[in-house]
Ligand binder design. Sequence first.
Ligand SMILES: CC(C)(COP(=O)(O)OP(=O)(O)OC[C@H]1O[C@@H](n2cnc3c(N)ncnc32)[C@H](O)[C@@H]1OP(=O)(O)O)[C@@H](O)C(=O)NCCC(=O)NCCS
Length: 186
Amino acid sequence: MLTFVHYKGAPPLEFVIRRAGRQDVGAMAAMDGGGATWTADSIYPSPFVWLQAETVQPLATLLVAVPAAPAPTHPPTPVLGWVCAWDIAAEGQLDLMMLSVHAAARRRGVATALLRALADRHPRRRRAVLEVAAGNRGARAFYAAQGAVEVGRRRGYYADGRDALVLRLPLPPPGAPGTRERAGQA
Ligand SMILES: CC(C)(COP(=O)(O)OP(=O)(O)OC[C@H]1O[C@@H](n2cnc3c(N)ncnc32)[C@H](O)[C@@H]1OP(=O)(O)O)[C@@H](O)C(=O)NCCC(=O)NCCS
């Protein structure tokens, strides 16, 4: 388990990344990225039920970023961010199902650290594929900053009829610089 410290803005945000358990699912499902991007063809009745299933799904890696220690300066949530990916061995890549950071913890390196932790757990997978809503400018900017490229479009992919873009995302090499190494930068 790594401890990440992000100092870009004051105060610093200290967090650890670990596997998610059933106790985390309530907080995860309540965050943007749970219901907001529910797909039209989902077989699950809710994000909560889906996430419960993912905690015991053998193909899935489900990670959470949680505060390293209680601190009054931390965002008011037990889960800062989470990522869910399936390792599709036949395709040699990860299927990134969801990446979400609590609104009060964004632009502090949490998603970058989650991607790094995901890559560290899958050293033989060098890329991931994912869908992102075409109008989700923040997420598209984040993935572009990670080097993602657009490889397709799925029309009406989300439950509310929005289109999804399909992105191919290079994964950071195992042990790549992450949030910890950015500590102290302005
Ligand atoms: C997309 C998301 C996961 C990014 O999480 P984050 O922890 O804020 O991302 P990071 O702090 O690691 O950002 C790293 C870099 O990505 C880029 N970036 C991230 N969010 C951005 C935004 N809203 N606008 C522009 N650039 C952005 C920046 O270059 C940023 O570096 P900087 O802060 O030093 O400028 C988060 O905004 C989120 O949870 N959104 C809602 C859920 C969602 O849309 N998930 C994706 C569905 S596929």
